[in-house]
Ligand binder design. Structure first.
Ligand code: PLP
Length: 453
């Protein structure tokens, strides 16, 4: 590892782990070893304190609905108050992804919600194509399948190369030969951890006048993402995957595509319409008409998750204090160690395989492995029972790709020798080498008991 990459020192890691109450719990005298961070992350006390402060100190609605003391405090925590020197969470998030304006930051309930806002609000024309990768999470597939089912769009995807990396040539071919209107892709795969060359993809798409939505659910929590540098049109991510509360996500959209006019019907073709309307989205109504607020409010209908939105700012400040470079290098270091150990022990071509690129530095904090052995089920449960190690099994919401790769019904036990299971370890900055070591030892014990080794 290069000396210029900042690392998390042992002392820093010890102090970070002190911040996470869940890491102090014990079961059967043993601490938890949480390795399912791609699903959702643990929450530090600073974030829990922010939620607690909301409910105990100003538990009211904010955002201009009410003009009393509690409401002012809520609004101030979300929108900031330069006079009082308080940064609001929307500003913290804007700075974190380097958006131009707070107006480009829309609070949603998660990545799925954010993608649906674009899918439902984008003004597609008959024949428009939406282009995906071959390994989309269902959250960036099902909303589009639905539109395709209604005959509103056609779907297509870019297959990966033999080495499981993004095929830029295939992208160029598709963009030149199909009526692509929107490219919507997972920036990093939750199956393999691989990060697509987003900047190149966006440049190529823009050369054809095509807009790009990135599903940043597995990227924004792990490395610096600069929306201006990428020049991305829309970016979706989940705060609960970055030490924040459950139920808060973000949709970033370039201001020009979020609309300015009072009536959605007045907007130009590339502006997304708000599709969930109601209180908080309009300036006024009559019995016959309504006038929309400007973004982001027009997309934030109804009473919001104020404690979650406030705590989202605390979560991002927490990550910033550690530093995204350190977070990234800690995950890389752990994944490198795990990859080497697993491949040394079990080889890489037989019954044990790692999905995605072999080089762990291309897989961030994710390591998904395939086991093809009789009775390969139940390893996640056993890891949890034996050593409190928590990893994930199943299809990770990427059924479409796995069904194509292994054939429909691949998870159902077939002939004993054909039984296949996938397991995913996903790391975050608070994980340690010792935890990885316990995972490896317990896994090996299970393999021995099952006579795999
Ligand atoms: C790549 C990717 N996209 C979308 C999602 C959906 O995120 P959420 O459940 O927060 O909406 C996930 C969740 O794991 C994901 O990994």
């Amino acid at each position: 590892m290069s000396a210029t990459v900042p690392m998390i020192s042992k002392a820093m890691l010890d102090s970070i782990r002190e911040d996470f109450p869940a890491l102090k719990k014990k079961r059967n005298g043993l601490p938890p070893i949480y390795l399912d961070n791609a699903c959702t992350t643990l929450v530090p006390k600073q974030v829990i304190d922010a939620i607690n402060e909301y409910y105990t100190t100003y538990p009211a609605c904010g955002e201009g609905r009410s003009r009393y003391w509690f409401a002012e405090d809520v609004t101030c925590r979300i929108e900031g108050d330069s006079g009082k020197g308080i940064k609001g969470s929307r500003q913290i998030i804007r700075e974190f992804i380097n958006a131009r304006s707070e107006k480009e930051i829309i609070f949603t309930s998660n990545t799925t919600h954010a993608i649906n806002i674009v899918a439902l609000g984008f003004r597609f024309k008959p024949g428009d194509v939406v282009l995906l990768t071959d390994k989309e999470h269902n959250s960036n597939l099902v909303p589009w399948l639905r539109l395709q089912g209604k005959g509103l769009i056609k779907l297509d995807h870019v297959d990966s190369t033999q080495d499981d990396i993004f095929d830029l040539e295939n992208l160029k071919y598709k963009l030149a030969n199909r009526k692509v209107r929107l490219v919507s892709m997972a920036y990093s795969s939750n199956l393999t951890g691989y990060t697509i060359p987003a900047k190149d993809i966006i440049k190529i798409a823009h050369d054809y006048g095509i807009k790009v939505l990135l599903d940043g659910a597995q990227t924004v929590p792990h490395k610096t993402v600069d929306v201006q540098d990428l020049d991305v049109d829309f970016l979706a991510f989940s705060i609960h995957k970055m030490c924040g509360p459950k139920g808060v996500g973000i949709l970033y959209g370039k201001r020009e595509f979020l609309g300015q006019k009072l009536h959605e019907s007045d907007e130009t073709p590339d502006v997304i319409e708000p599709t969930i309307l109601g209180g908080g989205t309009v300036t006024e109504t009559t019995y016959d008409s309504y006038s929309l607020l400007n973004p982001p409010e027009r997309f934030e209908a109804g009473i919001q998750d104020y404690p979650g939105q406030i705590a989202a700012g605390s979560a991002i400040e927490y990550l910033q204090r550690i530093g995204m470079n350190r977070i990234n290098s800690q995950e890389n270091q752990l994944n490198h160690f795990l990859t080497e150990q697993l491949l040394n022990r079990y080889g890489e071509t037989g019954w044990f395989k790692i999905l995605g690129p072999h080089d762990s530095s291309q897989r961030g904090g994710i390591l998904t492995f395939e086991i093809k052995r009789p009775n390969a089920l139940g390893i996640a449960e056993e890891l949890s029972k034996k050593s409190n190690v928590m990893i994930r099994d199943g299809a990770f919401c990427v059924h479409s790709f796995l069904n194509k790769k292994f054939g429909q019904g691949w998870m159902r036990p077939g002939l004993p020798q054909e039984h296949r299971m996938l397991y995913r370890v996903s790391l975050y900055f608070y994980n340690t080498m010792d935890e990885c070591q316990i995972f490896l030892e317990t896994l090996n014990e299970i393999f021995e008991e099952r006579s795999y080794v």
